[in-house]
Structures are given as structure tokens and as C-alpha cells.
Ligand binder design. Sequence first.
Ligand code: URA
Length: 218
Amino acid sequence: MALSSKRFPMRQVHVVRHPLVQHKLSLMRSAERSTQGFRRLLNEIGMLLAYEVTRDLPLEEVEIETPLSRMKTPILSGKKLVFAPILRAGMGFVDGMLDLVPSARIAHIGLYRDPKTLQAVEYYFKAPPDVAERLVVVLDPMLATANSAVAAVDRLKERGCKELRLVCLLAAPEGIERFHGAHPEVPIWTAAIDSHLDGHGYIVPGLGDAGDRMFGTR
Ligand code: URA
């Protein structure tokens, strides 16, 4: 569902309200969820969000032979995909998404949040050589201050990327405002929009630090 309200006028924010996504997200939010359970659920939601973010990919007809007859049938055409996880937490989506789109390439974007300034600091960037010709889906489970997502898209645009989308698990209203302030043409897919950010840049009610919960580093 594309959200176009007074709060986010004319901007494309797709809140994925599929019951399986909402159910799995609720399980993930619980502080009781184990590292293993959290990781598995993030992976499963990654697959479901990949289904949503690829909903409008163009198709072309090809002719094939079934065991019974010839027929024309649709296959994907046009741009190939790159999934671009922002390290670390973005990696949690990758396996599930690759299960659905095995031919996609991966661009790793290493950014961490400086705990004092909350600014994104880049430490690694490696993308496929033809990234500029592909549809790039940036993966950032927690769209909080959006500093990392903005920096990642800045970097991909420097590399010539023109068609970009952002997939997150949770977004804060402040993060959406900031992200679309910098990149208004990049649509966002999220499982939920939470209430606000706290003083440390955490999403409330949120689910805590996604990277720590995924890797058991808390
Ligand atoms: N990053 C996280 O992992 N969690 C938040 O709530 C905000 C940023």
C-alpha cells in the first residue's frame, strides 16, 4: 500500500501490511526473542519484502514448449537487480531475498553510526561493475536518523545508479522525512512506521539494536 498522507505528502512510502509480515515483526520485537529466532525471522521477512519490492518488475513474453504444446509465457525482462545491504544489519535480509531472486548481485556498503554524532561513517564499499545499469535495492532494516541510508544512496548515485529503492523493516517518521528530504524520488518499503526516535537515535517502540540482536553482540 502506498502511503500518501498529510504527513508524507506525495512521497512513496509502501507499508507492507501482509499478515505474515506483521506477525513475524511482532515476534521479532519481543525482547524475549532469541538471537537465532530473530535472525530467522529477519530472513523470512526479507523474502516477503523482496516479493513486495519486485511487484512491478516488467515482463516480456517468450515462446516455450510445454510437454503438450507451444505457448507464449511471461518472464522477467529489463533491468537486473542488485541488493545493497548496509552492513551489518542489512545482511539479515540478504539470504531471504536471494532465495527469491537468485540471480541478483550484491553491493556491500559498510557504514557505522558514530555514537556521538549519529553520523554515518563509511568503511567499506564494493559493488558489481555494472551497478549503474541495474535496479538497486538498498537494505537497511532500521530507518532511524536515516543518515546511513542517505549516505548509501549518495554513494550509489556517485557510481551512476539511477533506479534505486529502499527496503527497511521499521521506519521512524523522522527517518522518512530526512531520507525523502535528500532523495525524494527513491521509494521506501517498510513493515511498519513507529512512533519516534529517542535521544540516542533508537526507534521507539522499535526492537532495539537490530545488528546486536541478529549477531548476539549485545
Ligand atoms: N539502529 C537500530 O538497530 N535500532 C534502532 O532503533 C535504530 C537504529
